[in-house]
Write a protein of this length. Structure first.
Length: 281
């Protein structure tokens, strides 16, 4: 029996999709995401918690950031609030406990995330490591991330009371994410890439984070409530770590897919123009 030529396996071999799959596999995506998740949990979360405690945000501001990023319901939000908010409430104890060494450690915790994300982009776009020259870019990126988190959390508290407000909040968050990852990536690579090359990274990362938000809204609220009931606060941490692994996959995968998009010379605009021309004929 003669096999038909041009089967799926032949079309898959050396195709653009096969190249993307190979890049994702060679990037060790899951292990990298788990490392990034552990880094955020151990170093970046304490930075955000303390920053929120000494800021004008209400007590529990760090918990509100997590709740709105994950789209949790009321019961799950209360579980996260209990995890993040000290029993005494308020930021007085955090402010009184500041030391030079503590402030330096927390700052390094924040910069650790910026450095990890910077290393992802440098690896994907095959750029040489910057060393200490990359620290100023990490500081600026971290400041932009804080502004994004605080700004979108504040608008969410105002707009999400109605359906129209929720739609507006969703559009604001999506637009802000595109800007954050577009401008932020350019900053982290210190302008070594053109804006047009970076835009696909921002778009694919935003698409991935939006999808993660939908999955989180559907699944993680129940998981947090059940894990807290069964295991206590550590159960909430387990669920948060799972979400952070998904976040790491999206951040790394968005960069890889964006780089692959540029390598393939693809263009959504050109595809739309070709379709419009063919439809007009």
């Amino acid at each position: 029996m003669v096999r038909p030529r041009g089967g799926f396996r032949d079309r898959w071999r050396d195709s653009s999709a096969e190249d993307l799959t190979r890049q994702l596999r060679e990037s060790d995506l899951i292990n990298g995401a788990m490392t990034l998740a552990a880094l955020i949990l151990m170093l970046f979360f304490p930075f955000i918690i303390t920053l929120a405690a000494v800021s004008p945000l209400r007590p529990g501001g760090a918990a509100e950031i997590i709740v709105r990023r994950m789209g949790l319901n009321h019961d799950a939000a209360m579980a996260v609030e209990r995890l993040f908010t000290p029993d005494g409430g308020g930021g007085g104890s955090a402010q009184s406990g500041w030391t030079v060494l503590g402030a330096l450690w927390l700052t390094l915790g924040g910069l650790s995330l910026a450095g990890a994300v910077q290393s992802v982009y440098l690896r994907v776009f095959r750029l040489p490591a910057f060393g200490l020259r990359g620290v100023p870019a990490q500081v600026v990126w971290l400041a932009g991330l804080i502004v994004f988190l605080a700004g979108t959390t504040a608008t969410g508290a105002v707009l999400t009371g109605t359906v129209v407000g929720q739609i507006c909040q969703g559009l604001i968050v999506v637009a802000a994410m595109v800007l954050l990852f577009w401008i932020g990536t350019w900053i982290l690579v210190r302008g070594r890439l053109r804006w047009r090359e970076i835009l696909p990274v921002a778009v694919f990362t935003t698409i991935g984070l939006t999808g993660l938000g939908v999955v989180s809204r559907l699944l993680f609220s129940t998981s947090i409530v059940e894990n807290e009931r069964n295991y206590g606060e550590i159960g909430v941490v387990f669920t948060l770590l799972s979400w952070l692994i998904g976040l790491g996959v999206v951040l790394t995968g968005g960069a890889i897919v964006g780089g692959w998009y540029n390598e393939q010379g693809l263009s959504v605009l050109r595809a739309f123009r070709r379709r419009a021309r063919s439809a007009a004929r």
